[in-house]
Design a protein around this ligand. Structure first.
Ligand SMILES: *Cc1c(COP(=O)(O)O)cnc(C)c1O
Length: 460
């Protein structure tokens, strides 16, 4: 057929809309998307005809192309990925994944009306913050608490409430940048607080803080240098000393502890990471931390400390702008409940479980996955080897966790090709590349990811 004949043969929209497969699709998908996909399918064929690339076609061919186009359009932009990187709290991949308990609470809160701001005892308006406050107080030992959008918001709120228009004294060794957009000096400026830097990059002494004190001082700020380490000739003032100075000078100590673990990981053979309970116990006035780092919950900023300061924050107009949403609150309550019993927390909260799961466990899982892959007789050679995972998310920067990985090699496919194809899948797989190999860490992969991964390798 010549081009003209072929073009004339292209089906009309009405005709296509009457096809069974299109009608079926239109029953569940928005009409706009169905029409757009049909038009694109026909346009693709028109272009092929005009370029002389096809000599004939069938309506079935167009309908098949329509199906592919519409499936792509229906995929969400924010999609599940498989994290095979071995970085547990991967900020680019959404940090912590939620526990079953947290997830159930989110679904309930999202799908139903709730007593979010309603006092069921009194039948009057209530506070959204009340739902987790008792729980947080019990777990951390603090007098009061408040939860906001994230830890950055928590720091802004604390500084703005306690020392707007005044000075906050910070050690030069703690003027950190976290994740590119959170920089202590800028956050302070934004909060309306004047930064007074004391000490040097590697050493700060108590007398540096004492010398900087004035009638304008609003707070001592301590920031956990969570994503790097200064080693060698270095020194910071201890919390105890800072609290002593704070009591003497009647100036509050605020600590941005960053990851905010509620579990003492040194018990499990890890490097010591400061716990929230310890800071409260040592008398720090206000502590802030993230909900989705080592706590293993949703994105949130948690503020704990003395009631007189937290009460002031609750009255700050900024709180309204930084407030936590109901689904997050539901997830946070579901996560925190596990912490009433540490063994439950470790068993149920994926982030904690991933950090603490044994090397042997990863080896066992790696061998299961390897067998599944080898059963498919693929073009790849798979090996199981020892390697290291990382906590990530600016937590435990120096800590390498022994793990097991699967390495894939092929003489016909390059690691870069695997990486690229894996990223373009409906459920993308994020791997590590090194030494001409594709490396997949078992520690951050879930058992339910195994079959998806096997399918992905069969696509080459
Ligand atoms: C991660 C981190 C923050 C930022 O917390 P977000 O929850 O990401 O807003 C602030 N300070 C420190 C020390 C951190 O580690």
């Amino acid at each position: 057929m010549d081009k003209k004949q072929l073009l004339r043969k292209l089906p009309k929209m009405d005709e296509l809309l009457n096809e069974e497969i299109v009608k079926l699709e239109a029953g569940t998908t928005m009409k706009e998307i169905v029409m757009e996909s049909l038009r694109e399918a026909v346009d693709n064929y028109r272009n092929l005809i005009l370029k002389g690339k096809i000599e004939d076609f069938t309506k079935e061919g167009i309908l098949k192309s329509f199906r592919i186009i519409i499936e792509q359009k229906k995929q969400p932009n924010l999609k599940n990925v498989i994290n095979a990187t071995g970085v547990i709290i991967h900020t680019n991949l959404g940090r912590s994944i939620l526990s079953d308990g947290a997830l159930k609470n989110v679904i309930d809160a999202a799908h139903n009306y709730s007593n979010l701001e309603y006092d069921l005892e009194k039948g009057t308006r209530g506070s959204r913050y009340s739902h987790v406050e008792e729980l947080i107080k019990r777990i951390t030992g603090a007098e009061a608490s408040l939860v906001v959008n994230n830890n950055a918001a928590a720091v802004v709120l604390v500084l703005n409430t306690l020392c707007s228009g005044k000075e906050a004294i910070v050690s030069r060794g703690q003027l950190v940048e976290i994740g590119g957009s959170f920089r202590i000096p800028e956050v302070m400026e934004f909060s309306g607080v004047n930064l007074v830097e004391v000490g040097t990059t590697n050493k700060t002494h108590l007398k540096d803080y004492e010398n900087a004190l004035s009638e304008n001082t609003g707070a001592f700020l301590k920031v956990h240098t969570s994503n790097f380490k200064i080693i060698g000739f270095s020194e910071e003032v201890s919390l105890e000393e800072l609290v002593k100075l704070s009591v003497k000078s009647r100036i509050p100590v605020v600590e941005d502890i960053g990851s905010g673990t509620l579990v003492d990981f040194s018990k499990y053979g890890f490097e010591y990471e400061p716990t929230v309970q310890e800071s409260i116990d040592k008398g720090v006035d206000v502590v802030t931390f993230s909900g989705d780092k080592m706590l293993g919950g949703p994105q949130a900023g948690i503020i704990v400390g003395k009631k007189k300061y937290i009460d002031k924050m609750k009255e700050n107009q900024l709180t309204r702008a930084l407030r936590i949403d109901k689904m997050t609150l539901a997830a946070l309550e579901g996560t925190l409940k596990y912490y009433l019993d540490e063994s439950e927390a470790i068993k149920n909260i994926p982030t904690l479980h991933m950090i603490l799961a044994s090397e042997d466990e990863q080896k066992r899982r790696a061998l299961i996955l390897k067998e599944k892959l080898e059963n498919k007789n693929l073009n790849f050679k798979f090996t199981v080897e020892g390697d290291y995972s990382m906590v990530g998310g600016g937590s435990m920067p120096g800590q390498k966790i022994p793990t097991y990985v699967i390495k894939a090699e092929s003489s016909s496919v390059s690691p870069e090709q695997v990486d690229k194809k894996f990223r373009k899948r409906r459920v993308p797989i994020i791997v590590r590349l090194a030494h001409n190999q594709v490396i997949m860490d078992l520690r951050t992969m879930l058992d339910r990811d195994f079959d998806v991964l096997v399918d992905a390798f069969t696509e080459f």
